[in-house]
Design a binder for this molecule. Structure first.
Ligand SMILES: [Zn+2]
Ligand SMILES: [Zn+2]
Length: 398
């Protein structure tokens, strides 16, 4: 294993400039969720150039496959996402986005480059490790219902069936050179809430002749908070945020329609669906009780991300071997969401974080912001660690 580690390190170092260039190409040419046409084509070209067979799946998904020695002895999946966000980039860099209003602001360009680099390394060293590795390049991580759900529906976890799946995500809170892990629940489920309150509307001076949709909306925002605070077990995190109220346009008209939107996050799947029922019930009871009509729609999003405890221990230990114990730490629990949750519901998964922060270079901005960027030294670390994990991690035996 020491020799293999050395070989991977040497290759990662040699290949890093090439995969930084890959990242810059992807960064300059971002595409929105489910429209990753050129990105998918580029990934296919890169895999072909290396000599890695692949399959196209779920329109813009690509799955490469490499067999090492004894291909059926150990089957693992490594996953990257490829989509960008509807954000106008504000970074003044030579590889700045060429697509107006579209930006790789979540680092999926980095994930894709790293996975291509890891595939290159594992392909070159395929006589030195055992098993089969699937390289999943998926579409649509940023948008419901999540590209992962389509890839699973279309068979990405079968034929051959991986017995563990690993992904990394860039983390601007963590210095470049470090990785962070957490066992068990690591990110939340996320569901979107859409509510429309209707009445006939009317004159502001005659509220008794209508139902006041804005007053009802105000009560509803406050009232829904108690769904979480009085019904969820407080030891398990959960959060509801109503983030938009739209209705009315002047001082003296009670609007006939008010729309509310929000997000609901949970760490427990049972509570999640119970909360949906409570939110619907409370909304109907309150609005109708105050004399208006209501439509409520909850768009069910990604499940919580569950890092399998035994599998995560295994991945964590190998990552610590690779990078040194001091560079690998525990990550905090977050209420953000990731469609990796779909994979982790099916097979043992480990989703960890790759440090990309560099304060002295001013690289400190959060993901999903117009100034987000990374310390590109993280690419060598990312491709090295993913290759090493691909070559060494043992699936959970149950
Ligand atoms: Zn994102
Ligand atoms: Zn992301």
């Amino acid at each position: 294993m020491i020799m293999l580690a050395e070989q991977i390190k040497t290759l990662a170092e040699q290949l890093a400039p090439e995969y930084i260039a890959v990242r810059r190409h992807l960064h300059a040419n971002p595409e929105l969720s489910y429209h990753e046409v050129e990105t998918a084509r580029y990934v296919q070209e890169r895999l072909s150039a290396i000599g890695i067979p692949f399959q196209v799946m779920s329109t813009t998904g690509v799955v490469g496959i490499i067999e090492g020695q004894h291909p059926s002895s150990r089957i693992l999946a490594l996953r990257a996402d490829m989509d960008a966000l509807p954000i106008q980039e504000e970074n003044d860099v030579p590889y700045r986005s060429l697509n107006k209003g579209v930006m790789h602001a979540c680092g999926h360009d980095v994930h894709t480059s790293i996975l291509l680099g890891a595939a290159r390394i594992l392909h070159e060293l395929r006589h030195a490790w055992s098993g089969t590795i699937k390289f999943i390049f998926q579409p649509g991580e940023e948008k419901n219902p999540g590209g992962a759900s389509y890839m699973i529906r279309d068979g990405v976890l079968t034929n051959p069936a991986p017995r563990g799946i690993i992904a990394l995500h860039v983390h601007p809170g963590l210095p470049c050179g470090q990785l962070s892990f957490r066992k068990g629940r690591v990110m939340a489920s996320a569901d979107e809430i859409y509510i429309t309150i209707r009445s006939q509307g009317g004159h502001a001076a005659a509220p008794h002749l209508t139902a006041d949709t804005l007053l009802i909306a105000s009560h509803l925002v406050v009232s829904l908070q108690q769904i979480i605070s009085r019904n969820n077990n407080p030891v398990t995190p959960s959060v509801l945020s109503i983030c938009s109220i739209q209705g009315g346009h002047t001082t003296n008209v009670i609007p006939s329609e008010v729309k509310l939107m929000g997000t609901f996050r949970a760490m427990d799947e049972n509570w999640r669906y119970k909360a949906h029922e409570l939110i619907k019930k409370q909304t109907k009871a309150l609005v109708e009780g105050m004399g208006a009509e209501v439509d409520i729609h909850i768009d069910v999003g990604y499940p919580a991300v569950d890092n399998h405890p035994v599998f995560t221990d295994e991945v964590w230990a190998h990552a610590a071997d690779w990078l040194g114990k001091d560079q690998v730490r525990e990550t905090e629990l977050r209420m953000g969401a990731e469609d990796f949750g779909y994979y982790s519901q099916q097979i043992p998964g480990c989703f960890f974080r790759l440090g990309v922060r560099n304060e002295s270079a001013g690289i400190v901005h959060q993901v999903h912001t117009p100034r987000f960027n990374i310390d590109e030294n993280a690419i060598e670390i990312g491709m090295g660690v993913m290759a090493y994990l691909g070559a060494t991690v043992q699936p959970v035996t149950t």
